[in-house]
Design a protein around this ligand. Structure first.
Ligand code: PLP
Length: 384
């Protein structure tokens, strides 16, 4: 099938794989081994990767902590900050459309005594700064808002959010798992205190990520993984050198090629949107202006979601129904935007990227036109 699910994960770029292989073979040393060449070589590779990750977001390499991925980074950021600052207050603010790794972590913090407010986005998927301001309380210690949404691709106004949080002395965490290589991030100007990254959405390997922890002004965290004191004591465990090298190379390539890739991907996405909108009763989910060009999320009215997914097996996409686990719940993100259960169920997330071609797009448009037409002919609700 044609791969149109780049927000689920990306293929590893061959250049990234090539860079990783020596660290699985001859350069197998432990970066924490300080007394011989094997260790020094591994450590140098880890530090080069750290510099590459820092560079794409305008950070100091000392602000980058390696983790196993965005889920772990979100857990470390939220639990770590909440625990460290709990004597200042116990209130946390986040958004209903965050990834489960943020929402479930905040739920867990509620279970152990914190309080949380979940902001409801507008119909376009975005929150406003006024909404956030209204939710802030004297005991608010932490705000978590993602940069790019994984289902609908909308870009939240993190510069304004950061400025507001800074002015109130509140820690601001931002999950940027879906943003790297798609939007410009500059942590010298954006007042983000903690930022989550992962490699496998940026053509790197799965199972490695990072957390940015600001040094000026200094942000403190309680470690969640205790042991040998790696990563400034914030995340113990032997570093997976090959994975880290892969993430570094993936982020280096992303920085170098982002601007050209954005132009190419936008042209493809616009072609897809134009083609699909020729079908009747089709709705785009999420704001089209404040959105990464890689994402098109569309609801096909009068089509049953499960049947649609079965009918388009020649393309690999995500659906708004049964998307998370085995549940038959429609997408909670689309529900939070005010979409009906029917429209949420019949939604398809098309996400495109580095290796998508014009032929892939044209094939997808033709497939959807024919299958949606056929399914509607069978539908008792369709009477046009
Ligand atoms: N946050 C967002 C916005 C995501 O899209 C994902 C990926 O599904 C994650 C977090 C979790 O990332 P990881 O698979 O690296 O744990």
């Amino acid at each position: 099938p044609i791969y149109m699910d780049y927000s689920a994960t990306t293929p590893v770029d061959p250049r990234v794989a090539d860079k990783m292989i020596p660290y699985l073979r001859e350069q197998f040393g432990n970066p924490a081994s300080r007394s011989h060449m094997y260790g020094w070589t591994a450590e140098a590779a880890v530090e080069e990767a750290r510099a590459n990750v820092a560079a794409i977001v305008g950070a100091d390499p000392r602000e980058i902590i390696w983790t196993s991925g965005a889920t772990e980074s979100n857990n470390l950021a939220l639990k770590g900050a909440a625990q460290f600052y709990k004597t200042k207050g116990k209130h946390i603010i986040t958004v209903k459309t965050e990834h489960k790794s943020v929402l479930d972590t905040v739920r867990e913090l509620e279970r152990v005594g914190f309080e949380a407010t979940y902001l409801e986005p507008q119909d376009n998927g975005l929150i406003t700064i006024e909404q956030l301001e209204a939710a802030i309380r004297p005991d608010t210690i932490l705000v978590s808002v993602m940069l790019v949404n994984n289902e609908i691709g909308v870009i939240q106004p993190i510069d304004e959010i950061g400025a507001l949080c800074r002015s109130k002395g509140i820690i601001f965490h931002c999950d940027a798992a879906q943003a790297v290589g798609k939007v410009h991030i500059n942590l010298e100007t954006s007042k983000v205190d903690l930022m989550t990254f992962t490699a496998h959405k940026v053509y790197g390997p799965k199972g490695v990520g990072a957390l940015y922890v600001r040094r000026k002004p200094r942000v403190r965290l309680e470690a969640q993984m205790h042991g040998g004191g790696h990563e400034r004591g914030l995340r113990s465990g032997t570093l997976p050198t090959h994975q880290i090298v892969g993430m570094g190379e993936a982020f280096r390539i992303a920085k170098e090629e982002m601007d050209a890739e954005l132009v190419k991907v936008k042209a493809l996405r616009d072609r897809l949107a134009k083609g699909l909108l020729e079908i009747e009763e089709v709705y785009i989910n999420g704001d089209m202006d404040h959105r990464v060009p890689h994402n098109l999320n569309v609801s096909f009215n009068y089509v049953e979601g499960e049947s649609l997914i079965m009918a388009i097996k020649d393309i690999a996409v995500s659906s708004g129904s049964a998307c998370t686990s085995a549940s038959l719940e429609p997408s909670y993100v689309l529900r939070a935007l005010g979409r009906s259960d029917e429209l949420a169920h019949s939604s398809i997330r098309f996400t495109i990227g580095r290796f998508t071609t014009e032929e892939d797009i044209d094939f997808t448009i033709e497939l959807l036109k024919s299958k949606v037409g056929k399914l509607r002919e069978l539908s008792p609700l369709w009477d046009m």
